[in-house]
Design a binder for this molecule. Sequence first.
Ligand code: SF4
Length: 311
Amino acid sequence: MSHADPPRRLQRWAAARGVRLRGLRPIARERGSRSEKVLFGLDDGYAVEAVLIRRVDGHTACVSSQVGCAFACRFCASGRAGMKRNLAAGEIVEQVVRLGPRVNRIVFMGMGEPLNNYDAVLAAIRILRDRRGLDFPTTGITVSTIGIPKALARLREEHLAINLTVSLHATTQAVRDHLIPGARRHDLGEVVDRALSWAMRHNRVVTFVYLLLPGLNDSPADADRLARMLAGRPARVNLMRWNPVAGIALPRTPDGSLALFRGRLSRAGVPAVVRDTQGRDIEAACGQLWLRGGPGPRHDQAALRDAETRR
Ligand code: SF4
């Protein structure tokens, strides 16, 4: 991977639209078996991580949309330090450019909640897909969100053939409020309805992500409630195991529980698969990206070591 500067033509084109594409500096990288995590320094001293994941048919860029995150999901590293700031559209596009020309899929699954930085994320997607921008196929772009109802309503009206993934993780309001404290104001039923409404409007299928946590959300009753919400609707379910994060004590779901949960969904007619995320060997899998650095000129090894000792 080159991490090269964005081409001048692209920089000029973006600048004419008020988007600056020279705000990122690669300051560290870590290679795993099928993924590579890059730490990008920002102008104000913060840093964000992005991950390049190798697939059989290309490479996926997993990009960040915010520095930190306001939603504080119990299983996620990114939300632990709170929300610092939104990334600008240029800072999002530049992560993709610097991850290299082999990228043929982009997922907004890095640090931050993309729909909580709606305008910049949508502006970035428009630059990525514009013929004079990166000419990236919109169908290769996935926005992964916890499902902010108002933002989903806005997204429904956009003329964008992206893919949508909604992290549900619960079938009752109480469990969801516990797992995603920052989403307590979001009614679970409304999240599901808005996501399905997006799918029907765009003639697509929405993917609901469900992180199975033993004793919390993995009972047969949970599977049956989830099936009732989604059966016969344009929806599929990705079941996930938790990726360990230092300092967070949560149990991992055994394979048998995953299979039982999946079986109940499938028998009810809800397509469900078990998804293992790439990058666990370098702590770059979903929910493992950390907030690094802080305000001020801290793009130095000392700052990185500080960050490392906090891990
Ligand atoms: S899982 Fe996503 S929404 Fe939740 S804290 Fe992490 S980055 Fe934020």
